[in-house]
Design a protein around this ligand. Structure first.
Ligand code: PMP
Length: 399
């Protein structure tokens, strides 16, 4: 057999998809399964987005598009960024790709030579590890346990950056924890970043419109404008606009890094589809009532999920203030059993919960925190209440 490249072996199949597939198998056998596993928003964009696509079909150019992204999309993104307080950027600072995942892949390729170090906090979004492995980077993890609300401290960051990693990767609001850094916390971390000029910073902020409790969305660039030369802001339409399948990711940063992404785009994809671009422009620059109303709905659902977990003796559940995930510490269940099945770790617990109660959650070890599990709570309200009741009864039945 001809050989496969080593980089393919280094990337692991997604643990989230494994549990999703198991849930699908049970459903195919006629089981009633509540899925809290995959991070899909479960809503559609507004009618104006579909109308923009219909109009674009009428005027299709039949040609290739720009490697950087259509100017209308770049301008809509610049307007959206201004709404987040990120001003003073131009089209030359931006680039578009096939989802934030692809933007991150481009950025890793642009920044990291083989053997270079990338540092990021744990719990992390699973793909950070896999993309780093594919490009051959060394990973430095900064453990942020539930006792510190899964948040990184300035001292931790300072220590991690002492070895001058090529890249520091930050995610706010966080997938999988839902944690959001306050204005003061961001300012304190930004002060540390200023002290370490040899490190690029990516801030993956794709849930920036899903922030609760008036905490607000804050960014290193606003805290310390001199960081603008090194900080790269990453965004996506997937979660906040209900458009995960449209595959639109965006970035803004120094011109040099945006240009590198454009060069990679020109070799990987040429451009994102023109028809998708029309929908993306409408989503970013049109009425914002869909993301705004969903944010209100998610905050109420967050309260329901956290309330249930906090009612279980022994479970610790930090309060997330954004995205649509809850990440409770369920390690109190380890060493117990359910229906004669031993529960020694998070994977055992998720397997037993799925088989006994038909509820799919993702083991925390997929995100580097084996004491937790991730609940993605975007499903309809009635299903949410049903799923939470099943989880409550599962924990009550542990022996
Ligand atoms: N970053 C984070 C933190 C995510 O949760 C996700 C999607 N799960 C992505 C990036 C990738 O998003 P996209 O759909 O735009 O590729």
């Amino acid at each position: 057999m001809p050989k496969l490249a080593a980089r393919v072996g280094r990337a692991k199949p997604s643990a989230i998809m494994q549990i999703f597939d198991k849930a699908k198998q049970l459903q195919a056998q006629g089981r009633d399964v509540v899925s809290f596993s995959i991070g899909v928003p479960n809503f559609l964009p507004g009618e104006h987005v579909y109308q923009a696509v219909r109009d674009a079909l009428e005027h299709d150019s039949g040609s290739y598009g720009s490697n950087r992204g259509d100017v209308r999309l770049l301008d809509a993104f610049l307007g959206h960024m201004e709404g987040l307080g990120l001003t003073g950027y131009a089209r030359e600072n931006c680039a578009v790709a096939v989802g934030a995942k692809h933007i991150l892949y481009n950025l890793f390729e642009a920044i990291l030579d083989e053997g270079d170090e990338v540092a990021f906090p744990t719990p992390y979004w699973t793909s950070y590890v896999d993309i780093a492995e594919i490009v051959g980077a060394k990973i430095k993890l900064l453990p942020c346990p539930p006792e510190q609300d899964y948040k990184m401290t300035p001292a931790q960051l300072d220590e991690a950056l002492a070895s001058k990693p090529a890249l520091f990767l930050f995610n706010n609001p966080s997938n999988p924890t839902g944690m959001v850094y306050t204005k003061d916390e961001i300012a304190a971390l930004a002060d540390v970043l200023v002290k370490h000029p040899d490190t690029w910073v990516i801030t993956d902020d794709i849930y920036n419109k899903m922030v609760f409790d008036d905490v607000g969305y804050h960014n290193f660039i606003n805290a310390r404008p001199e960081l603008r030369d090194r900080v790269i802001f990453v965004d996506s339409l997937s979660k906040t606009y209900g458009m995960p399948g449209w595959r639109v990711g965006l970035m803004a940063g120094p011109e040099s890094i945006a240009k590198a992404v454009v060069t990679l785009n020109s070799n990987h994809i040429t451009n994102i589809p023109e028809i998708v671009t029309a929908g993306a422009v409408a989503a970013l620059s049109g009425p914002q009532d869909v993301p705004e109303s969903k944010c209100v709905e998610f905050q109420a659902k967050r309260d329901q999920v956290v309330g249930m977990f906090r009612s279980i003796p022994g479970v610790e559940c930090p309060m997330p203030q954004g995205a649509f995930y809850v990440f409770p510490d369920i390690s109190c269940a380890f060493g117990k059993s359910h229906s004669g099945r031993a529960i020694n770790n998070d994977v055992d617990l998720c397997d037993a919960l799925l088989e006994a109660k038909g509820v799919a959650c993702v083991p925390g070890s997929a995100f580097g925190e084996p004491r937790a599990l991730r609940v993605s709570y975007t499903c309809p309200t009635a299903q949410l209440a049903d799923g939470l009741e099943r989880i409550r009864s599962f924990f009550a039945e542990l022996q």
